[in-house]
Design a protein around this ligand. Sequence first.
Ligand code: IMP
Length: 198
Amino acid sequence: MRQKILIATNNLNKIREIQNILSDFDLITPQELGIDLEIEENGNTFEENAEIKAESFCKASGILSLADDSGLEVECLGGEPGVHSHRYCPKPDATDADRRAFLLENLKGKPRPWKARFYCAAALCDPKSSEIQLVHGICNGEIIPEERGNGGFGYDPIFWIPERGMTLAEMSENEKNEISHRGAAMRKIREILKKKDV
Ligand code: IMP
């Protein structure tokens, strides 16, 4: 029987994208395993947070676990929101739309282009050895002041890819995965999984 891989996140958008990128593997979600884990992401880097998540889900499930920690880094904001991308808006119960609005508020008056990148660290934790392997992927672009497109999630509607002339939210899921930080990191994970003969 093929070894199952747990997607170590409760974020449904990430789960959907990872399922699409690694569709030829036997993936399973925390919900399908009845695992309900809320993990405090208190690392200082994307890598640390990805490791924390992969290890916690691996311990809870006993199966190979794949975590993603990702976020947006804006050059003229000194790399913010960075690891705080999800908690970036002070408003209680802030939504993705609130976070985009807060980011644009902070960029007001700063000269354009607002160069930015998405960063994704992916960690794979093996229950047999407890070994964790880390990879990362980057997607370069810029922030634009008006939203475009309905696809994707998070900051996608304001993340412009100059070479494509569209935002990540205007792309199909396959197009986004081809160029995204998550796509790049997960393709490296694919190579690791192949070597492990998963
Ligand atoms: P995490 O769960 O701490 O990794 O939170 C990542 C946060 O970064 C998300 O909630 C989004 O706000 C943002 N983010 C990460 N990846 C993407 C992406 O592919 N598109 C848009 N926003 C993203």
